[in-house]
Design a protein around this ligand. Structure first.
Ligand SMILES: Cc1ncc(COP(=O)(O)O)c(C=O)c1O
Length: 372
């Protein structure tokens, strides 16, 4: 088969590369995969739906009761069911959005360090992604954004709470990005899939803003990464347009899984309170272990479930991550998240405390070897 140039030139995710290196006995802190149990109502709801025969195609933008349930969760931001579409995962939602708005030659601005799909998705739509810097406290560097805007800039991606940094968006940066985008008529694509996981400060959503598309999902929210369900909120016309793209990409989201999520929506806040307290303990553990290592440093992450420490050894993040992998600890080099991620490693703490402790023992030993 002769594959397209678009696909040939698309990079393989650096996260997947590290994951593929993991052997069965290594401590794998590389994947952002919640290890907690999904809500019981979700499991029961999906099974019941499948058993009752709800196994056929559904509406392209998702079943109406779930669109309504999502809308009512975010009603304070002016969201109605027509502003919501259910998608077959957050990843697919991002792909649908880029395919819907990027023309060949258009540019997007993507965070660096930032999640790995925004650049390739832009390129697969024929556009060009330009990295903008996050500041040392993991906020968007708005001067850098301003400098990198050209007449071709179509959209700016934001991701808060952030993968890989764990940063949460502050008020000042929120307003600055919103104003720049409005001034230059640039669409904001705000990836908020870690919205439920904020430990300090508050989550600022772009849901209520004009010319903005928000991506969220159930993978992380309800620990159902394999169910492949996400959602988009946007203006009503944008939802109609993206639905047209969704039809061509996937026809509709998974029907029984949508019924499962619907069953869990009424009690999801109580579920999330429990999950947040589990992650918060793990966050505190990994932060204190890393900060006790000479030559490594991090602030306690305010959100998501990633630690993104800086190191001051004379190696690249890829060399460091490879050396850890050979010694049984899998993490992701900061460089996998863009040019401004170098000098960092990313560890997921969606893993139990014993696993985190064993991983940190390996990190401590290798860090000691590197200093001697
Ligand atoms: C920032 C971010 N956005 C989107 C996704 C996609 O999630 P999913 O496709 O499972 O909904 C991920 C997954 O790791 C992520 O970290």
């Amino acid at each position: 088969m002769r594959i397209s140039d678009r696909l040939r030139n698309a990079p393989v995710s650096g996260i997947r590369k590290m994951f593929d290196l993991a052997s069965s006995d290594s401590v794998n802190l590389s994947l952002g995969e919640p290890d907690v149990r999904p809500p019981e109502e979700a499991l029961k709801g999906m099974n019941d739906a499948a058993m009752k025969g709800m196994n056929g195609y559904g509406p392209t933008p998702g079943i109406m009761p779930l669109r309504e349930a999502v809308a009512s969760r975010y009603a304070e931001h002016g969201i109605a069911a027509e502003n919501v579409m259910i998608t077959p995962s957050g990843t697919t939602a991002l792909m649908m959005i880029t395919q819907s708005i990027v023309n060949p030659g258009d540019e997007t601005l993507i965070p660096s360090p930032g999640f790995v799909v925004y650049g390739p998705h832009t390129a697969l739509a024929g556009g060009k992604a330009i990295e903008y810097r996050l500041t040392d406290d993991f906020q968007p560097d708005t001067d850098d954004i301003q400098r990198k805007i050209t007449k071709n800039t179509k959209a700016v991606f934001l991701n808060f709470p952030s993968n890989p940094t764990g940063g949460v968006l502050g008020e000042e940066a929120f307003k600055a990005v919103r104003d720049i985008a409005a001034d230059k008529d640039i669409t904001i694509i705000s990836d908020e899939v870690y919205e439920p996981f904020v430990y300090g400060g508050k989550h600022r959503t772009f849901m209520a803003e004009d010319n903005t598309v928000v991506v969220n999902g159930f993978s992380k929210m309800m620990a159902v990464t394999g169910w492949r369900l996400g959602f988009i909120t946007a203006g009503k016309e944008a939802i109609v347009d993206i639905t047209k793209m969704a039809y061509h990409m996937c026809a509709c989201p998974n029907t029984p899984a949508q019924h499962g999520i619907l069953g869990a929506m009424p009690s999801v806040n109580a579920y999330l309170d429990d999950v947040r307290s589990i992650y918060r303990k793990r966050r505190d553990l990994i932060t204190s272990r890393i900060n006790s290592i000479d030559g490594m440093r991090m602030e306690a992450p305010k959100g998501a479930f990633y630690a993104f420490p800086e190191f001051s050894y004379d190696v690249t993040s890829e060399e460091f991550a490879m050396r850890l992998a050979k010694n049984g600890l899998i993490c992701v080099p900061g460089s996998a998240f863009g040019a401004y991620g170098e000098g960092h490693l990313r560890f997921s703490y969606a893993a139990d405390e014993d696993k985190i402790s064993r991983g940190m023992d390996i990190l401590e030993n290798i860090a000691k070897e590197m200093r001697s």
